[in-house]
Design a protein around this ligand. Structure first.
Ligand SMILES: [Zn+2]
Length: 393
């Protein structure tokens, strides 16, 4: 089955120098009056609409914008309960602390697989409707062997990008016994979870895990064939970024408080810095300065970090708008970070761009330009979504 999407007013390919692109330093590899041919689950052809090949079905984009599906490389979608009251209190002045995670843990342990699955699928539906075609999902609200295994297993039903985050915080029953909990995470819990996961993650932060503890977790995961990624420098500066770079992590996520040495280390590495604008928005923290990172040569991604505590948005367009408004990214940089950047953060080369041979994950907007994603915050602008070549929205 071949589908031709034609009469595309503005095509964002993210290809460095597509044959017919405008060239120069255009990060988005923009083409106008373009067409894209989908064959099966792959992109088969990209070029001027006037030269488009034949297809079984033709979709007229009516001059609107088409871009790669968003790659959301950081989320926590398998959990029970709700923390609206905590959010409301925070907006009235209460400070965000890592310990709030424990209230979600109790609700998650009490939920059945089916309850968690229904909720998870609901989040995925709302993400797809907002243009997200790839989602990474972390565990981390079980914090015991049985529940963590359930969370990674449920996540693996819906995405290949599953992250074992048993080291999210120390659960209440291990209070003041952090090292004993780390022994559980790197032993029995890792044994149960590794078969369902691709990634190992740790929350390396005051109130969560120390740098030596984080190193133990990541090295144990690597020894089991998992690839590292790290939550660090969200609430204050620390050595988590240096650890991530040293261990070759695909991504360090948050990075709100970075030293000049952190920025230099990231710029000289393959590690992506994943910015999570919804977190600063929802916790009323200062925003990281993306301008400083990009100008230093750091590869950045944007993700939602959808979770019940610190960022309960699932909207990549919203995060793009905030990144442009408050992190000093250009619109092109923010859109690139939400697509190709997310793919880099997941070490994926088959998504995040529109080029022959890549997965046919594309989003058609209701608007003539991708700029509208930041220019019209909060407005539902997604007209249609193809995921693996199938019209999903
Ligand atoms: Zn997170």
């Amino acid at each position: 089955m071949k589908t031709l999407i034609t009469n595309i007013g503005e095509l964002t390919t993210n290809a460095p120098a597509p044959e017919h692109a405008e060239g120069g330093d255009d990060l988005c590899g923009t083409m106008h009056d373009a067409a894209v041919l989908i064959d099966g689950d792959r992109i088969a052809w990209v070029g001027p609409a006037a030269e488009a090949p034949d297809a079984d079905e033709t979709v007229d984009a009516e001059g609107r914008a088409l871009l790669p599906g968003f790659v959301d490389s950081h989320s926590h979608l398998v959990f029970g309960g709700d923390r609206a009251a905590e959010f409301e209190a925070r907006m009235q002045g209460q400070k965000y602390a890592a310990g709030g995670i424990r209230s979600t843990v109790a609700a998650t342990r009490a939920a059945t697989d089916e309850e968690l699955r229904i909720r998870l699928r609901g989040f995925l539906d709302e993400m797809l409707a907002q243009g997200t075609t790839t989602v990474e999902i972390k565990s981390g609200y079980g914090l015991d062997v049985v529940t963590e295994e359930r969370l990674v297993r449920l996540a693996a039903e819906v995405t290949p990008e599953v992250t074992f985050l048993g080291a999210h915080v120390v659960p209440a029953e291990y209070a003041d016994r952090g090292d004993e909990y780390i022994a559980l995470v790197t032993g029995e819990m890792l044994d149960a979870c590794a078969p369902h996961a691709k990634w190992i993650d740790v929350f390396c932060e005051t109130g969560a895990f120390t740098v030596p503890q984080s190193r133990r977790v990541l090295e144990a995961g690597i020894a089991r064939g998992l690839q590292p990624r790290v939550h660090a420098s969200q609430l204050g500066p620390g050595e988590g970024v240096q650890l991530a770079v040293e261990l070759g992590a695909a991504s360090i996520d948050h990075g709100t408080y970075l030293t000049d040495d952190d920025v230099t280390a990231l710029a000289g590495s393959e590690t992506v810095l994943t910015l999570l604008p919804g977190v600063e928005f929802s916790t009323r923290q200062p925003y990281p300065d993306a301008r400083r990172l990009i100008d230093a040569g750091v590869t950045v991604a944007i993700a939602c970090d959808t979770n019940p505590g610190s960022s309960f948005t699932s909207s990549m367009p919203f995060c793009i708008a905030v990144a442009v408004r408050d992190m000093r990214m250009t619109v092109a940089e923010a859109i690139h970070a939400a697509t190709a950047g997310g793919a880099a953060a997941l070490r994926r080369t088959d998504i995040g761009r529109i080029a022959p041979g890549l997965r046919a994950d594309v989003v058609l907007l209701k608007s003539p330009s991708r700029v509208h994603l930041a220019y019209r915050p909060g407005v539902p602008l997604v007209e249609a979504v193809w995921k693996d070549g199938v019209r999903a929205v």
